[in-house]
Design a protein around this ligand. Structure first.
Ligand code: PRP
Ligand code: URA
Length: 219
C-alpha cells in the first residue's frame, strides 16, 4: 500500500494543512461535537478547501472603471464550474463551495455503501445539461475504500467530462486515495487529512465516524 509520503510526492494530491483548517477538523472529529456545529464546520472547511481547489483557475482581463480611472482588472475565465456532491454527506459541503463560487451549477450523485460488501449502490443522478463542458468539483467529506469516488469518476467520464476532475474530501484513507489515483490519471485530490486506514466495517481510522449521520442527525 502507498504511504502518506508517497501521496505527498504525487502532484495530484494536496493536503490542506492550514492551521485554521486543522483546528476546525479536530473539532469535527470530536465525538462530542453536536450535529449543528458539525454541519457548520463541514460547510466552513469546504469553503477553505474550495479556496485551495480553485487556486489554479485561469484569469482573464476585463476593462473596468474605478471611481478614479479606467483600468484592466481580472476575472475568472475559462470553463464554467459544476459542483457534484456524492449524497448524502457531500451535500454538507455544497453551500461552502457555493459561498466561493455562487454561479456554479450543482449536479447530484446519489449512492450509498452496501453495509456488507462496502460497495457503492447508485440510486440517483441529475447533472447540469452541459456537464461535459464544465470543470467539475466532486465533493464528499469521506474517502474510505474509494468505491464511491471511483464510481463518481467513471460516471462523469461517461457523461463526457474531459480534463482535470477535482475531488474534495475532508478525511481520506490511504486505500481510497490509491484507488482514485489509479482509476483516473487526470484528477486533482484535495483533503484536510490522510488518515491511518480502515476498520473491518471500512470506516476511516481515526476518522470522524459516519459523516452522513452526523450531518443529518440520523443516528
Ligand atoms: C459515505 C461517504 C462516502 C462513502 C465513502 O457515504 O459520504 O460517499 O461513504 O466510502 P467509500 O470510499 O468506501 O466508498 P455512505 O455510503 O455512508 O452514504 P451516506 O452519505 O448517504 O450516509
Ligand atoms: N463513510 C463515512 O461516513 N465514514 C467513514 O469513516 C467511512 C465511510
Amino acid at each position: 500500500m502507498m504511504t502518506k509520503e508517497d501521496f505527498l510526492k504525487d502532484s495530484r494530491v494536496t493536503v490542506v494543512d492550514h492551521p485554521m483548517v486543522q483546528h476546525k477538523l479536530s473539532i469535527l472529529r470530536d465525538k462530542n461535537t453536536p450535529s449543528k456545529q458539525f454541519r457548520e464546520l463541514v460547510r466552513e472547511l469546504a469553503m477553505f478547501e474550495g479556496y485551495e481547489a480553485t487556486a489554479d483557475l485561469p484569469l482573464e482581463p476585463i476593462e473596468i472603471e474605478t471611481p478614479l480611472q479606467k483600468m484592466t482588472a481580472y476575472q475568472i475565465g475559462g470553463k464554467k464550474l459544476a459542483i457534484v456532491p456524492i449524497l448524502r454527506a457531500g451535500l454538507g459541503m455544497v453551500d461552502g463551495v457555493l459561498d466561493l463560487i455562487p454561479a456554479a451549477r450543482v449536479g447530484h450523485l446519489g449512492m450509498y455503501r452496501n453495509e456488507e460488501t462496502h460497495q457503492p449502490v447508485p440510486y440517483y443522478a441529475k447533472m447540469p445539461e452541459d456537464i461535459a463542458h464544465r470543470v467539475v468539483l466532486v465533493v464528499d467529506p469521506m474517502l474510505a475504500t474509494g468505491g464511491s469516488a471511483v464510481m463518481a469518476l467513471q460516471y462523469l467520464r461517461q457523461q463526457g467530462v474531459t480534463g482535470t476532475i477535482k475531488l474534495m474530501f475532508l478525511v481520506a484513507a490511504p486505500q481510497g486515495l490509491e484507488a482514485v489515483l489509479e482509476c483516473d490519471e487526470d484528477i486533482q485530490v484535495y483533503t484536510c487529512s490522510i488518515d491511518d486506514g480502515l476498520n473491518e466495517a471500512a470506516y476511516i481510522l481515526p476518522g470522524l465516524g459516519d459523516a452522513g449521520d452526523r450531518i443529518f442527525g440520523t443516528k
